[in-house]
Ligand binder design. Structure first.
Ligand SMILES: *[C@@H]1O[C@H](CO)[C@@H](O)[C@H](O)[C@H]1NC(C)=O
Length: 351
């Protein structure tokens, strides 16, 4: 459902115990990135609890992901972006480059491992008619609320008011059929439960608030408020740096926004496979579903799990990433649970 803080704390625990890389593989040459090499973090961490093993070990016996007969986003997906607060144009461009990297239709294919290959795992989910989640994802509209019209603190309900104001404005339509609404709050906006419990969440709007039932997600920029929680591993808590650990260098030089991108990816994958919270999730409690992103939270490469991010690439400038996007962008994005493999999967998997 949401990127939860408890999981990240668990990740810290694992990181503390086994921080140091065990091996550094020799250069893995590719034409376009001849200075890249693989950094391996592949320790064995005994699961702390059943919950930990369920979340990370990827055993299909423990993960009871089921389809609950509701819709998935099988039509081409139109994203309506709502920028709440003050955003730099460069930050907006970075997030839009990530979103536009999902489809292969609107740009030259990025080299493998790519964002569109990552979305391939999401597109394996189907509805009861057998229709897959769409691989076409567009930005259909943008709305900026630079005046913080609902203040610098938002609640879960006032986020719906932000969407209501946006859909009342022209030319920002109510798109019942293909639309999803993504509210992104700037670094100076606090949000109910942000940092303490969540880094982002998705749900659907109430007709009484917005006039319609529209699937939406919110993700906040944690850059100043709690990067060590919501932009991990680009920031780490002080107790870890005391032990000699260093944060990863973000691929685009922006701790808050590079950290947001994996949270946005997580929420989009879940919004697409569970838009009305009655389609794909594990667990018996629909008010606290475990969804296809939750199952792989904190896992970015082969050998990850139990608090380890897995094998990712570090470029010549020390920046860490695991997938390529449009316009030569690089991103570090968590893996997604595959309904075929019954395990977490990502385009940078090493077999
Ligand atoms: C649709 O999903 C099914 C079941 O996961 C998968 O086997 C198939 O390859 C998918 N089709 C497309 C076009 O992605």
């Amino acid at each position: 459902m949401a990127v939860l803080r408890s999981t990240i704390v668990l990740a810290f625990y694992g990181f503390l115990l086994f921080f140091f890389p065990l091996t550094v593989h020799s250069a893995h040459h590719k034409k376009h990135t001849s200075t890249d090499y693989k950094v391996t973090f592949n320790p064995q961490l005994p699961p702390r609890s059943f919950a930990a093993s369920k979340r990370y070990e990827g055993s299909s016996d423990l993960v009871n992901l089921r389809y609950h007969m509701g819709p998935v986003l099988s039509s081409p997906i139109n994203i309506y972006l709502i920028w709440y607060g003050k955003w730099a144009a460069s930050q907006q461009l970075l997030i839009k480059d990530f979103l536009l990297s999902i489809s292969t239709t609107n740009h030259r294919a990025a080299p493998s491992p790519s964002v569109s290959e990552w979305w391939r795992t999401v597109s394996l989910y189907t509805d009861q008619t057998g229709a897959n989640i769409s691989r076409s994802v567009l930005i259909a509209g943008e709305y900026s609320d630079t005046k913080y019209s609902l203040g610098t603190h938002l609640t879960r309900l006032s986020i719906q008011q932000v969407i209501a104001s946006a859909v009342k404005s022209k030319p920002f339509p109510v798109d019942h059929k293909n639309g999803i609404y993504l509210v992104l709050t700037s670094v100076d906006v606090t949000v109910q439960d942000f940092c303490r419990a969540v880094c982002g969440f998705h749900y659907f709007t109430f007709p009484s608030m917005v006039g319609y039932t529209l699937p939406y997600a919110w993700v906040g920029n944690s850059g100043k408020q709690c990067p060590e929680v919501c932009a991990y591993p680009f920031a780490i808590p002080s107790y870890m740096s005391g032990g000699g650990a260093k944060p990863f260098t973000p691929p685009n030089g922006d701790v808050g926004v590079d950290g947001m991108i994996s949270v946005i990816a997580h929420e989009l994958a879940e919004l697409s496979s569970n838009p009305l919270v009655n389609a794909w999730y594990a667990g018996e409690d629909p008010t606290a579903p475990t969804e296809i992103g939750d199952l792989c939270e904190g896992l970015y490469g082969t050998g990850g799990g139990g608090g380890y991010i897995g094998q990712v690439t570090r470029d010549g400038g020390g920046r860490s990433y695991n997938m390529n996007g449009r316009r030569r962008r690089k991103f570090l994005v968590q893996w997604i649970w595959s309904p075929i493999l019954k395990a977490c999967a990502g385009p940078n998997a090493i077999d």
